[in-house]
Design a protein around this ligand. Structure first.
Ligand SMILES: [Mg+2]
Length: 394
């Protein structure tokens, strides 16, 4: 049995929301005084866009097969990732069979390892890998989740990430994760404000609703430990990405120092089986949160997830819409999923990668049936109304 071969790989850049979900207009909750490692500089405290969080934009990778079928994926990485895809990675795919994703991944990773390993390069590799799985599904006329082993439950259930867990509760989500607004540079007053926001949400949401803090790498070990202990009174379910992703030692210490029953989570800025092996062997966290568009794609996430499963660690991927849904529905150790509330006031459900994808499913009453994923590949199309820019060719 042979499938069509890969004819061409193309990389495009798109501006304005979508996969680069930080690329939003003024007044969006996602850019409203969120604690970051840059907040120690007062001039970069109010807005993450002020220090350049949205400079890259969305990367779109298209892979065309010899029969004209096109697989595609969107992720972040923008123009520099487009350069890497066109000038370096494309050579490992063109002329090959799309079934050979293991060999292709290995060559993409080791062919770039001397300047890659994490960050932007693995982000670019992830985009190519996701486009390859989309192509494979389209050629086989099957959804990606069938190719990954099939659904282990009938539906996905979601927690919502956004500034309004109280509204998310009314929309049927199982929990709400809020951005932490004040970091260590804002001292005791900032710490009090953080706890007050949690207390307010606990009062509005009642005792049984999950509430979490996303700390976006902003804290130090002492602050994170104090925050966790003060938040215990208000039933904080987990403290997310409290420290720098390079500080494995800090995470190991935080996990030991956190109140009993409170989960320590991290990993959205970690990459590959080796990065996650470090997190797990050093016992840094209770839940890992790989982003399938950043950690190496589906091919690598399968390896990361198997390792986590053997250690009793949950894998709850970071955001990433359909690319996560097709994975999470197939894994026993991924019992729920994240939904990013991309409406500017977090007051309604909006497709996560809007406006770049057409046919992007969204949770209803906090849930999504596996059957909503029953289309070939990842089941979405590129919105033709969105302008694609191809900065490089090869
Ligand atoms: Mg996060």
């Amino acid at each position: 049995m042979t499938l069509p071969t890969i004819k061409q790989v193309r990389a495009y850049v798109v501006r304005g929301g979508g996969a680069d979900y930080h690329d939003q207009g003024d007044g969006h909750w996602i850019d409203d005084h969120i604690a970051t490692p840059m907040a120690k500089y007062p001039e970069y405290r109010q807005s993450r866009q002020s220090f350049g969080i949205n400079v890259l934009g969305t990367l779109v990778v298209e892979i065309e097969a010899s029969d004209g079928t096109v697989g595609f994926a969107v992720t972040t990485g923008g123009e520099p990732a487009a350069y890497i895809v066109e000038k370096h990675l494309a050579r490992f795919l063109e002329g090959r069979s799309p079934t050979d994703y293991e060999k292709i991944w290995d060559q993409m990773y080791f062919g770039t390892q001397y300047y890659g390993r994490k960050g932007l390069v693995v982000n670019a590799i992830s985009g190519v890998d996701l486009a390859l799985w989309d192509l494979l599904g389209k050629l086989r006329q099957e959804p990606v989740y069938h190719l990954l082993g099939g659904a282990v439950r009938d539906e996905l259930s979601f927690y919502a990430t956004g500034a309004r867990p109280d509204l998310a509760k009314g929309m049927g989500f199982i929990g709400g994760k809020m951005p932490l607004h004040h970091g260590p540079a804002e001292g005791e007053e900032g710490l009090k404000k953080n706890i007050q926001e949690l207390a307010t949400m606990r009062e509005r949401c009642g005792d049984d609703f999950w509430l979490m803090f996303d700390c976006w790498m902003a804290l130090d070990l002492n602050y994170a430990t104090r925050l966790a202990h003060k938040a215990k009174e208000y039933g904080l379910k987990w403290i997310e990405e409290a420290l720098s992703p390079d500080d494995y030692w800090g995470y190991a210490a935080l996990k030991k120092a956190a109140p009993a029953g409170m989960l320590v989570t991290t990993g959205e800025h970690e990459a590959t089986r080796w990065g996650f092996r470090m997190l797990m062997e050093m016992e840094c966290c209770d839940i890992i949160q790989p982003d399938v568009g950043w950690c190496g794609g589906v091919t690598e996430l399968l390896k990361i997830s198997a390792m986590a499963d053997s250690r009793g660690v949950m894998v709850i991927p970071h955001g990433s819409s359909v690319y996560s849904y097709h994975f999470v529905i197939t894994r026993h150790n991924s019992p729920f999923a994240e939904f990013l509330m991309m409406a500017p006031k977090a007051d309604q459900v909006q497709p996560m990668f809007h406006p770049q994808l057409l046919g992007e499913p969204v949770p209803e009453n906090g849930r999504l049936k596996a059957t909503a994923l029953d289309k070939p590949g990842f089941g979405v199309e590129l919105n033709p109304a969105v302008t694609l820019h191809r900065p490089y060719t090869h």
